[in-house]
Design a protein around this ligand. Structure first.
Ligand code: 5AD
Ligand code: SF4
Length: 440
């Protein structure tokens, strides 16, 4: 490999993966690599992969096949992330030109693995298999946005929901010291960040290794770091969601008024089959806590349609839950059978066609709910954080505390700087976004 080594990285999947890539980029740059924007210009090509559903996984293998010819030009390939951990050394069989396979729990060993590749090793692996107690913390994180950034507070997952690959791909649950999180938040604030998003597969099972702070206390402490104006967190698990989180949101203005609380199904029977460890009633109890907050907290969720054993009646219960909760956003997916998971061997699988039908019915209903919810903002003045400009529509793209997109005009010749905050009056609404005019 030439002396000035270059790398290209492409990220699939969730925010955890996006943030892992930021840490991988920082680590490689510290190791002497320069990032390039095309595969053609790179010595090392990395895919940070997702295996949450079959489609996500197929994408990766298609991509790897596309680049056979680049291997002949001396380029090297690495597969990182969830497909890497899930498929392990089988990737070398399916894609023989791959040199590096590493799951997220092994990234702290990346520098050593890079040296091995540079020395010509062709089958370098970092596969952890739920053993590690360590977290991947690095001071070299290359955050892509200078105003809004992620901080991981907990890695891995011990929940083992029947449909989910994550416990197998991201290893066992391990929390980061709360003081280390706060130090990073402070460093970010010092370098100009105003929004922080705390990340974890299940932030509610956060356990400070030093025993100093609960999750709600950590949340509140990040919210009072000088310079930080917005704090978000994701993802929550209903079983571990506690009332003190709502109290923290009420007490600390910087905590955003939005909670993403994945329900997966509105039927207690299906929730039991999914091994979610809560009932519909318990879920609704938590929604009740959130609704009792002093501020209006926006709610979003994830739903799986067509889990094995989901009857038409069960699905009706999910539809009924949508009507009851009135979410501001729903990420809905057709159930996708995943390797290693208990649901793989469950009877009563639903035909693909029926899954699609249920998904569509659900999305149509939700769109109607959102149309009504978003309409309620008409005439309100909301604070927007500027994300950028949409030149095609001559609009500023902003985001509200509730995490809603708010596109607006200012009447000024010069657009406000990304990362700035402006009061905006809502003049028009859609089921997925708001439109407004900045106040003078
Ligand atoms: N099939 C369909 N959706 C899934 N999710 C996780 N695993 C599966 C699967 N096997 C969804 C869940 C989760 C979101 C991130 O992805 O709704 O909350
Ligand atoms: Fe995909 Fe889950 Fe891995 Fe995120 S943790 S990349 S959603 S499989």
């Amino acid at each position: 490999m030439a002396s000035r080594k270059t790398f290209y990285i492409e990220t699939f999947g969730c925010q955890m993966n996006v943030h892992d890539s930021e840490k991988v980029i920082g680590t490689l740059e510290h190791h002497g690599y320069a990032r390039v924007e095309t595969e053609e210009a790179a010595d090392l090509i990395l895919y940070n992969t997702c295996s949450i559903r079959d489609k996500a996984e197929q994408k990766v293998f298609h991509r790897l096949n596309d680049y056979k010819s680049l291997y002949r030009q001396g380029k090297r390939f690495g597969v990182l992330g969830c497909v890497a951990q899930q498929e392990g050394e089988r990737i070398f069989e399916r894609a023989p030109f791959v040199s590096l396979v590493s799951g997220s729990a092994s990234y702290r060993k990346l520098p050593e693995m890079l040296v091995q590749i540079e020395q010509g090793a062709t089958r370098v692996t970092g596969l952890d298999d739920r053993q590690t107690e360590e977290t991947f913390e690095t001071e070299f994180t290359a955050r892509s946005n200078p105003h809004r950034g992620y901080i991981t507070i907990i890695e891995g997952c011990d929940k083992f929901c029947a449909y989910c690959v994550v416990p197998y791909t991201r290893g066992k649950e391990r929390s980061r010291r709360s003081q280390s999180v706060l130090d990073e938040a402070q460093r970010m604030a010092d370098s100009g960040f105003t929004e922080i998003q705390l990340l974890g597969q299940n932030v509610n099972s956060y356990r400070d290794p030093d025993g100093r702070r609960t999750f709600a206390e950590l949340l509140a402490a990040v919210g009072v770091v000088p310079g930080i104006r917005r704090v978000r967190f994701t993802t929550s698990h209903p079983r571990d969601f506690t009332r003190d989180i709502v109290q923290a949101i009420d007490a600390v203005p910087a905590l955003c008024d939005h909670v993403h609380l994945p329900v997966q199904s509105g039927s207690s029977k299906v929730l039991r089959l999914m091994q979610r460890e809560y009932t519909r009633e318990q879920y609704l109890e938590r929604i009740g806590w959130i609704r009792e907050a002093k501020r209006t907290i926006s709610l979003t969720t994830d739903i799986i349609a067509g889990f094995p054993g989901e009857t038409a009646q069960d699905f009706e219960e999910t539809m009924d839950l949508l009507d009851q909760v009135q979410y501001d956003g729903v990420f809905a997916f057709k159930y996708s059978p995943r390797p290693n998971t208990p649901a793989l061997s469950m009877a009563d699988s639903i035909p693909e066609e029926e899954k699609s039908k249920r998904l569509q019915v659900l999305l149509d209903r939700q769109r109607e709910i959102q149309r009504v919810n978003y309409e309620k903002h008409l005439g309100e003045v909301l604070e927007a954080m500027v994300e950028g400009v949409n030149p095609a529509r001559a609009q500023i793209v902003g985001r509200t505390s509730q995490n809603k997109t708010l596109n607006f005009t200012t009447g000024q010749p010069i657009a406000p700087a990304p990362g700035s905050y402006l009061p905006v009056r809502v003049t028009k609404t859609f089921p997925n976004s708001l439109v407004g005019e900045a106040l003078a």
